[in-house]
Design a protein around this ligand. Structure first.
Ligand SMILES: CC(C)(COP(=O)(O)OP(=O)(O)OC[C@H]1O[C@@H](n2cnc3c(N)ncnc32)[C@H](O)[C@@H]1OP(=O)(O)O)[C@@H](O)C(=O)NCCC(=O)NCCS
Length: 402
């Protein structure tokens, strides 16, 4: 078998690469009309392919974005998307080589991190990706879901038609800004590929927009799904829900729970610290369906990424980071409320780069990770200090699939 060449893809190879990724995930090749929107997932110089005899047999791609980190800074992040290897070329090390090339490509373009929401949870740890945000999927039985009288009832909700959403939602999402660590920027291309394409695929989405005193401040996208129960009642499946503050959040919940002929409202991704149960007269009207891994991060430039976030008040900690896949990215850092700087002091705690990704946005504590053997602990007292340094005021949340 001929050895594959790994190289950046040319524009006229993008569609073939897209089909490799689609077919590897059991989807048919893209149709011409769908490709018209899907092609926007490719930006010059960011897609890499494995080529054999002129044909693409494996591929990875990057979509530009930005990540909000604790303290509010936005870091250049590329979303990893469109990954796959043709079944007749798997287990020959192609993906390994594609990931090396993807990381080099991202670093050359100035991205400090790569983010993804992978289809396979067992694949990415070896490349240094770690779960950086978690989200909650929840299910509310509508007839048990009366809101308590104290829940804010400010502002109004209006439904907008899908065509208007193409202009309004991107502006509104941008306006919401970096309202939580983990929130990522959605480029014009993201909206085309992930929203316009779904919208044009024929499903009847409804889009609710909340407006407060200062204008539009949140939105929820949902669709009705026949749940097989007798009568005309449906399940409402909420696929995209973002709101900057409590009034907009409450207003959108009030709207979703007031819709007639609905048995239950299911929401795919909400922040883990949102207590919908406490908004209801009957706490048990809302059930957690699952707590899921959401955004996985791959820290490509550990010194820059550590320096970019703020830290809470606690004693300094010396942390060693080991990156087996990109050894030059390894290093030792003194982390304190003043920031993170490289140091030659003795390490108190040592972690692999994927483990740092789990702690970076405050989602998982160092003490929890140490308890499951993921932190090498030279000085036990440092664990509590590291927990406090990396803590965040609100739970990190992404809410954007990539
Ligand atoms: C997953 C996939 C990309 C792997 O490609 P590949 O070229 O066979 O991978 P490689 O041969 O380079 O293997 C890379 C490493 O990952 C491991 N690996 C490969 N597939 C894996 C899987 N499905 N689950 C867990 N580990 C896997 C290999 O054992 C190897 O480990 P090692 O470096 O420690 O030896 C390919 O099988 C595929 O396209 N699958 C379907 C689509 C898919 O899952 N895409 C990813 C979407 S997020």
């Amino acid at each position: 078998m001929r050895k594959a060449e790994i190289r950046r893809l040319e524009v006229d190879e993008y569609r073939a690469a897209y089909d490799v990724a689609r077919v590897s995930q059991h989807n048919p090749p893209v149709s011409t009309s769908e490709w018209d929107l899907a092609r926007h997932v490719y930006e010059p110089g960011l897609a890499v392919g494995a080529i054999v005899d002129g044909a693409v047999v494996g591929t990875v791609n990057l979509l530009p974005s930005q990540l909000t980190v604790p303290g509010g800074a936005s870091l250049p992040m590329a979303a990893s998307t469109g990954s796959g290897v043709h079944t007749d070329y798997t287990r020959q090390g192609l993906f390994n080589r594609l990931k090396q090339a993807q990381f080099d490509t991202a670093a050359e373009h100035g991205y400090l991190l790569i983010g993804n929401t992978p289809a396979q949870a067992t694949l990415y740890g070896r490349f240094g990706h770690g779960v950086s945000t978690q989200s909650r999927a929840l299910r509310i039985r509508k007839h048990e879901a009366r809101l308590r009288s104290e829940v804010p009832a400010e502002g109004t909700v209006r439904l907008i038609d899908p065509e208007s959403s193409l202009e309004l939602l991107p502006k509104l999402y941008e306006q919401l800004g970096p309202y939580r660590p983990g929130v990522i920027a959605r480029s014009a291309h993201w909206w085309k590929v992930y929203w316009e394409r779904a919208m044009r695929a024929g499903q009847h989405f409804r889009i609710a927009v909340h407006s407060g005193a200062a204008g539009d401040d949140g939105f929820a996208v949902y669709a009705a799904k026949d749940n097989g129960s007798p009568g005309p009642n449906v399940t409402l499946l909420v696929t995209d829900f973002h709101a900057a503050g409590p009034a907009a959040t409450a207003g959108l919940w009030r709207h979703l729970l007031s819709i007639d002929l609905v048995d239950e409202v299911c929401v795919r991704t909400r922040p883990t610290d949102e207590l919908v149960e406490a908004m209801l007269v009957d706490w048990r009207g809302c059930r957690t369906h699952s707590i899921d891994d959401e955004l996985w991060l791959r820290l490509l430039d550990v010194p820059a990424v550590l320096a970019a976030r703020t830290y809470c008040d606690a004693k300094p900690v010396v942390l060693e980071v080991v990156d087996a896949f990109r050894p030059a990215n390894s290093g030792r850092f003194r982390i304190s409320p003043e920031g993170a700087v490289p140091t030659s002091e003795t390490a108190q705690l040592t972690v692999d780069v994927d483990v740092l990704a789990m702690a970076y946005l405050g989602t998982t504590k160092f003490s929890t990770l140490a308890g499951i053997g993921r932190v090498q602990v030279a000085e036990p007292a440092a664990l509590a200090h590291a927990d406090r340094l990396f803590a965040t005021d609100v739970a990190s949340f992404c809410g954007t699939p990539v």
